[in-house]
Ligand binder design. Structure first.
Ligand code: LP5
Ligand code: MN
Length: 267
């Protein structure tokens, strides 16, 4: 019998912030894709102008990622790489895998100057301790997804998948995306983070806060004596438009920066 994930200590990565960091931005779930140019432009502009010392990307930056070799012939993914590369020359950029882009590899990240973050990860910043996650591992009620996740996160499955020709991988990813969207349109409830598991992570990490994305339900929730902050997804191409940056200041000030234009017509 496998251990109960709600009470098992997670394998926790760690990021210790340098003393000089004053501002850290958290973003996730941009689902960047060539067919959503306004979202890409908003992200590009944000990355070029943020005053933060670090941008930590908590998964699903890309709509889908089927292997680093897919980026080479793809002009859109090359533009995304350029944005990462430029930004990483100016500030600390880190990437945590999401359920769409868990196949982003160390070669792509290092080529862009982006630091890898494991999920979950403890950010130690002065006396603040914050657990960071994409969030999909916390959605325990979504049993079918958890079985799927366990399979596709295994080294054997990944080796076998990455050995397939690129066209075949793209076709499989498209089929999987279609299946996932179909499931959502069937009206199944989007599972939320399991409270017991979230509390366990917070306790094991000795943290006050947990920040995650994935559920696309931006909100701040109490979590025992601490807090759970949920990031927004981004889309400036589909109504309702949404794009938030979760901005943290040294000393404990937290704000949500809304990057959606106030007057914009969606065709
Ligand atoms: O992503 P989102 O928000 O739509 O939904 C997620 C879960 N879905 C996924 C799948 C991704 O959308 C697409 C995967 C991209 C990875 C690319 C590389 C690998 C390709 C793999 C090809 C096999 O993560 C969704 C959750 C939802 O979050 C909320 O948490 O419910 O989970 C699912 O939809 C998974 C199903 O519930 C279980 C699927 C069982 C497998 C069925 C195979 C169908 C055949 C498809 C052809 C390969
Ligand atoms: Mn996700």
């Amino acid at each position: 019998m496998s251990a109960d994930p709600r009470t098992t200590a997670p394998s926790l990565g760690r990021l210790t912030a340098p003393a000089a960091w004053q501002t850290v931005d958290l973003i996730s779930d941009l689902h960047l894709q060539a067919t959503e140019p306004a979202t890409f432009e908003a992200w590009r502009n944000y990355m070029a102008t943020t005053p933060a010392d670090a941008v930590l990307i908590l998964g699903d930056l890309f709509e889908v990622w089927v292997g680093d070799d897919a980026a080479e012939p793809d002009p859109f993914l090359q533009s995304c790489a350029q944005v990462l590369r430029h930004t990483a020359q100016r500030l600390h950029v880190a990437f945590m895998p999401g359920n769409r882009d868990f196949l982003v590899g160390p070669a792509f990240l290092s080529d862009c100057g982006v630091h890898p973050l494991s999920d979950p990860c403890l950010l130690q910043w002065g006396d603040q301790r914050i657990v960071l996650s994409h969030g999909d591992a916390l959605c325990l009620d979504d049993r079918a997804y958890q079985v799927f996740r366990q399979q596709v996160r295994s080294a054997d499955w990944q080796t076998e998948f990455l050995a397939k020709p690129l066209d075949e991988r793209l076709a499989l990813a498209r089929a999987m995306r279609a299946q996932s969207e179909l499931q959502k349109h069937k009206g199944s409830v989007y599972a939320d983070a399991d409270t017991l598991m979230a509390l366990n992570w917070r306790h094991v990490a000795g943290a006050d806060r947990l920040v995650h994305g994935h559920t696309h339900q931006p909100a701040d929730h109490p979590l025992g004596s601490g807090q759970r902050h949920v990031l927004s997804d981004w889309s400036l191409d589909q109504a309702p438009v949404r794009a938030q940056v979760f901005r943290m200041q040294r000393g404990g000030d937290f704000t949500r920066l809304d990057l959606t234009p106030t007057t914009r017509s969606i065709l």
